[in-house]
Design a protein around this ligand. Structure first.
Ligand SMILES: Cc1ncc(COP(=O)(O)O)c(C=O)c1O
Length: 393
C-alpha cells in the first residue's frame, strides 16, 4: 500500500525507546543532543516575531521564487558575509530540507544519484530517498582535518551521478570546505556536468577563531552550476519560522536555465508563506542579536569541552572549526549504542557517532547549544566514565 520511498521498518530504535521510557518515568536528564535553539535558554527579544503581523500579509500575491524584497534582504545578508549575490539568483524555500527536495527535483530523475559526505548529517538518507534519488557516499579524511577525500569522491561518481553535496561547516565534524577544495571539486563537477549543492546553514558560526576565512562559497562560483543553501533556522536561530533559501552560482546560461526550471517547481508548491516573506528583511536584521548569543554560547561550551576533556587522557575532542556540534573520541570499551544507553542511565544524552556514519567507533557527538551550566555538568558526567585516575596510595 505504501511507496518504497519510505523505509520498510518505521519502528523506533533502542535508544529512542530508552529516552522515551526515561521521560515517561519523569526522570530528568541533560540533553546534549538538543539542537533546537528555541529550547536552549537563549535570549530571544520578546517582540522578535512582530514583523510577521504585517497587515500586507492579508493579501495573497504569490511569486514562485519569492517576493523580491525578501530576496533582496537575503542578498543583503550575503553582503554582510562579504559576498555579492544578486537577488535574482536567490529562490526562497520553506526550509533547507525543502531546498534539497527542490534541487533534487530540478537535477535528478528517479534512480539517479547524488554524492553525500561521510560522516555527515543523518537526514540525507531520508531526503534523497523521499525524492527517489540514491545517496552515494564519499569520505572526509579524519587525519587531514576532515578534508574531502577526492579519491573516494571520484570513485563514487557513476554515469547516473547528478550532483555533489557538501556541508560547510559540516555537521558534526565542524569542518569548512576550503576555497582550494571547492576549486578542485568544481573542476571535477564541470568536467562531468555535475552540479554542486553546498549546505552553508552554519556558515556564520566559527568555533576556532579565523577558521571561516578562506572558505569556499558556492554562490560565488562562476565555473560550475552551484547552489548554496541557507536559512533562518540556523542563521538567526528561528527554525519554526520556516524560511530558507537557495542561492545559485555558475555560468550565466546555466544559472538562468536552472532558475527558470526552479521557478516552475516552486510555482507548483508555493510553499513559503506571505507573512514570513514580508517579515524576512526585519527578521534577518533583528535576528543578529540571537546569532550573537548563539555564537557566544557555542564557543564557551566548546572551550569547556576542550578544558574538561583535556584532563582525561583517554578522551580527545576533535578540532571543530565551526557549526553547533563537537565530537568527542572516547575509548571503545563497548559499542557506541551501549555506551550511550549507559550514559543516559547516568542522566546525560549524547549522540553516538554511528548516527553520522563515522567509519569506526567510538565517538560521541554533542550539541554546543545547551545552557553553559547544564553543558558542563553533562560533559563531566560523560568524562567520569573514562576517568580512571589512579588513587594515591
Ligand atoms: C547541516 C544541516 N542542514 C540543514 C539543517 C536543517 O535546516 P532547516 O531547519 O532549514 O531545514 C540542519 C539541521 O540540523 C543541518 O544540520
Amino acid at each position: 500500500m505504501f511507496s518504497s520511498r519510505l523505509p520498510d521498518n518505521v519502528a523506533t530504535n533502542r535508544l529512542t525507546d530508552a529516552v522515551r521510557a526515561r521521560r515517561a518515568r519523569g526522570e530528568p536528564f541533560i540533553d546534549l543532543t538538543e539542537s533546537n535553539p528555541t529550547r536552549a535558554g537563549l535570549d530571544y527579544p520578546a517582540d522578535l516575531l512582530a514583523p510577521l503581523a504585517d497587515a500586507r500579509g492579508l493579501r495573497y500575491a504569490p511569486s514562485p521564487l519569492g517576493a523580491i524584497d525578501a530576496r533582496r534582504a537575503v542578498s543583503a545578508d550575503y553582503a554582510r558575509q562579504g559576498m555579492s549575490v544578486p537577488a535574482e539568483r536567490i529562490a526562497l524555500t520553506a526550509s533547507t530540507s525543502d531546498g534539497y527536495s527542490l534541487l533534487f527535483k530540478l537535477l535528478a530523475d528517479a534512480g539517479d544519484d547524488v554524492l553525500v559526505p561521510r560522516p555527515s548529517y543523518p537526514l540525507f538518507d531520508h531526503l534523497t530517498r523521499l525524492d527517489l534519488v540514491v545517496a552515494r557516499h564519499y569520505d572526509l579524511d579524519p587525519h587531514g582535518g576532515w578534508a574531502i577525500d577526492f579519491d573516494s569522491l571520484e570513485r563514487a561518481i557513476t554515469p547516473r551521478t547528478r550532483a555533489v553535496l557538501v556541508v560547510s561547516p559540516n555537521n558534526p565534524t565542524g569542518s569548512f570546505v576550503s576555497m582550494a577544495e571547492l576549486d578542485r571539486l568544481a573542476a571535477i563537477c564541470a568536467a562531468r556536468g555535475l552540479a554542486i549543492i553546498a549546505d552553508e546553514v552554519f556558515s556564520d558560526y566559527e568555533l576556532e577563531p579565523g577558521a571561516g576565512a578562506g572558505v569556499g562559497r558556492a554562490a560565488a562560483r562562476t565555473d560550475v552550476l552551484s547552489f548554496a543553501l541557507g536559512g533562518l533556522s540556523k542563521s538567526v536561530g528561528l527554525p519554526q519560522v520556516k524560511l530558507g533559501w537557495i542561492a545559485a552560482g555558475g555560468p550565466e546560461p546555466e544559472v538562468t536555465a536552472a532558475l527558470e526550471r526552479l521557478e516552475l517547481i516552486c510555482d507548483t508548491y508555493l510553499a513559503v508563506s506571505t507573512p514570513v516573506q514580508l517579515a524576512a528583511p526585519a527578521l534577518l536584521e533583528r535576528g543578529a542579536a540571537v546569532r550573537a548569543h548563539i555564537s557566544t554560547r557555542i564557543r564557551r561550551n566548546y572551550q569547556t569541552l576542550q578544558r574538561a576533556a583535556g584532563a582525561v587522557p583517554s578522551c580527545r575532542v576533535l578540532r571543530s572549526d565551526g557549526g553547533w556540534y563537537a565530537v568527542l573520541q572516547v575509548p571503545s570499551l563497548e559499542s557506541e549504542e551501549d555506551l550511550v544507553l549507559r550514559l543516559l542511565a547516568d542522566g546525560v544524552l549524547a549522540h553516538p557517532g554511528y548516527f553520522f556514519d563515522f567509519s569506526r567507533e567510538s565517538f560521541l557527538v554533542v550539541s554546543l547549544l545547551p545552557p553553559e551550566a547544564a553543558f558542563a555538568d553533562g560533559i563531566s558526567r560523560i568524562l567520569r566514565h573514562f576517568d580512571c585516575t589512579v588513587p594515591r596510595i
